[in-house]
Write a protein that binds this ligand. Structure first.
Ligand SMILES: [Zn+2]
Length: 498
């Protein structure tokens, strides 16, 4: 007697191979078999006729650990991911991660988590632990300490290292430092991910930097949330992809992830020039006539690149919740300031984040079409209905399906599922996950291909997708017809060292 039988569904196994109709037998936490088993009996049988049966989605790019916005320790049910069909989230991206990784993973393990959970160690966090917010090169001794921290994190189960060249203090590091630390990651079989330095004006040069790390450190690399951002980025997607092709043509293991939206989301402080944020001396610099002027010019330029103050929507604004959901132009008007003045006042007041409507559909679609690009949300955990949410937190996977499979036909269904599961599991070393295969963990999604779609919008970012029938995590039914189970079946996943 099997534990679970999924009968007669159309299987897209995560490898990109042709769909086929079959049954899946689950015993314990594993897939016992895939095939035709008319005589098998199970404790629970799901009739999947006319439905797609696919591997649980693997989200390689999340910020699910992030406490400032309510990370996994506060929101262990990870509903906004699970309800999309995501069964594994990788946190610690863009250079920021919890430290030490081992302690964090043990804490997470003590909770009733709903999805599987893994982390990368953040280069920015490691650098901050050793050099603080100083804008300078590390001494050889400091570099050794950083290397030891990365080594320890890898020993404790990190899947690899993330970098945030666009953020401080990651932006202060010379590339040699990152290469040295990435070598440590490569030695342990990990992956290197990068939020590149500049996704607009310097897009191509920034991709070259990741190619260099990939080549010099010999580390499998991933460009995070690849996009062509802002006025200077528009139209550059094809050139960016050509760089990716050139590198791959030389045998370099470099790939990318992408979320299917034309707006990004990050801290409002990213409108400041990086140098202005060094050593937490921002207020001092703003008061200095010469430096203050340079900071303000930098902010004005970035607002313009983003598409102007109407293209920036304030999301989280802890000290001034009255501005949440207002554009920067509107907030500035309320404050009786110009947009630069509003940014200058809001950023030091506490955590402020914003949604930037700064991408073009043509670029998003060009990137989606590339075979080395997988789906990743760049999302955060949210409690349903609370605060402003970028819709990607709830809608990345169903939206990618709706947009790129059903509306534009850019992907075949099997390609789509590979980009949502098998590809990320392979790249991030998640053994036994990402495919529907005998012996693999039973992380499975059953959905209606005609109805699967996102409902979260920029106006209301809290909305569960439609069309998901079942989500199975480690062999147990975690979501059934829109209802989540009373407990969690997720596990902490650590990199297995060969
Ligand atoms: Zn990022």
């Amino acid at each position: 007697m099997a534990d679970l039988l999924i009968r007669g569904g159309t299987i897209l196994d995560g490898s990109g191979g042709e769909p086929f109709v079959a049954d899946i037998v689950v015993e314990g936490d594993r897939i016992a078999d895939v095939g035709n088993f008319p005589h098998v009996q199970a404790d629970r049988t799901i009739d999947a006729e006319d439905l797609f049966v696919v591997p649980g989605f693997v989200d390689p790019h999340t910020h699910a650990h992030d406490e400032a916005e309510g990370g996994i320790l506060k929101i262990p049910d990870a509903d906004n991911f699970l309800r999309q069909g995501v069964t594994t989230v990788v946190a610690g991206n863009c250079g920021g991660s919890p430290l030490p990784v081992g302690e964090h993973l043990e804490q997470v393990e003590s909770l009733d988590i709903r999805t599987n959970y893994a982390v990368l160690v953040g280069h920015g966090s490691v650098r901050k632990a050793v050099l603080g917010m100083e804008d300078r090169h590390a001494t050889p001794e400091e570099l050794e300490r950083m290397r030891a921290l990365v080594h320890k994190a890898m020993e404790e189960g990190a899947l690899g290292m993330s970098t945030g060249f666009m953020y401080v203090p990651g932006a202060y590091a010379p590339l040699e430092e990152v290469v040295a630390l990435a070598e440590e990651v490569a030695r342990r079989g990990g992956v290197f991910t990068s939020h590149i330095r500049d996704e607009g004006t310097g897009l191509l040069e920034s991709i070259e930097e990741v190619v260099r790390v990939c080549r010099e450190a010999g580390v499998p690399s991933q460009i995070s949330h690849l996009k062509a951002w802002g006025r200077d980025g528009w139209g550059k997607a094809e050139e960016a992809l050509k760089l990716l092709d050139d590198a791959r043509g030389k045998g370099l293991p470099i790939t990318a992830d992408q979320y299917p939206y034309t707006a990004s989301y990050t801290g409002l402080q990213s409108l400041f020039p990086e140098w202005a944020l060094a050593e937490d001396k921002l207020e001092e610099r703003l008061k200095d006539p010469e430096q203050g002027k340079a900071v303000r010019e930098g902010i004005a330029r970035k607002i313009d690149l983003a598409g102007g103050p109407d293209a920036i929507l304030l999301a989280i604004c802890e000290a001034h919740p009255e501005y949440e959901g207002r554009t920067l132009a509107q907030a500035a008007e309320d404050m009786d300031k110009d947009p630069v003045g509003a940014v200058e006042e809001l950023v030091p007041s506490g955590p402020v984040s914003a949604i930037y409507f700064s991408m073009r559909e043509e670029d998003v679609e060009a990137i989606a079409r590339h075979p080395a690009v997988m789906v990743g949300s760049d999302g955060h955990l949210r409690r349903f209905g609370i605060g402003v949410s970028h819709p990607r937190n709830y809608g990345t996977f169903p939206r990618a399906w709706r947009w790129f499979v059903r509306e534009k036909g850019l992907w075949t269904p099997q390609e789509a599922i590979r980009k949502m599961s098998g590809m990320a599991a392979e790249k991030f070393g998640l053994e036994g996950r990402g495919l529907l295969k005998r012996g693999y963990f039973a992380d499975i999604v059953v959905f209606d291909p005609e109805r699967f779609r996102d409902t979260a919008t920029f106006r209301d970012g809290h909305g569960y997708p439609e069309g998901i029938r079942y989500v199975i995590v480690n062999g147990k039914i975690a979501v059934e017809e829109g209802r989540t189970a009373g407990r969690g079946y997720g596990r902490v996943l650590r990199l297995k060292h060969g």
